[in-house]
Design a protein. Structure first.
Length: 125
């Protein structure tokens, strides 16, 4: 999330000088799909069901996208856009769904498996 706000802090003319010409909504969709994928992993590691984790991804991004879009109003050359906000929501939803499919296909859908959390079942359980 900090990376998204850091990129949002760059004034628009600076982005154009470095050759950044990707459509703004496409950039939003890509960055928020990464956020959605990683957030899904986080919520699964916390024990949420796949559907619950995906719903939390959406809720977090509704908030984060609103903060990001409103923050951009303060940056010279940047504007707030409902199209960008929609791209944030679509991107995060897609990222969460990609995570669901990835973990289902790799067989790591159970809580803690493959989400950076080791489960200790123990031999005497």
């Amino acid at each position: 999330m900090a990376v998204i706000l850091a990129v949002s802090s760059i004034p628009e003319p600076t982005l154009q000088k470095v050759g950044f010409s990707v459509k703004d909504y496409l950039a939003h969709g890509i960055e928020y799909s990464i956020l959605g994928f990683l957030s899904f992993r986080l919520f699964r590691a916390q024990g949420k069901s796949p559907l619950g984790a995906w719903i939390w991804v959406i809720l977090v991004v509704i908030f984060m996208g609103a903060v990001d879009e409103n923050y951009q109003r303060l940056i010279p050359g940047r504007t707030t856009s409902l199209t960008d906000y929609a791209a944030d929501l679509v991107g995060s939803s897609a990222g969460g769904l990609i995570a669901i499919v990835y973990y289902a296909l790799t067989g790591r859908m159970r809580v803690g498996a493959g989400a950076g959390v080791e489960t200790d079942r123990g031999v005497n359980s």
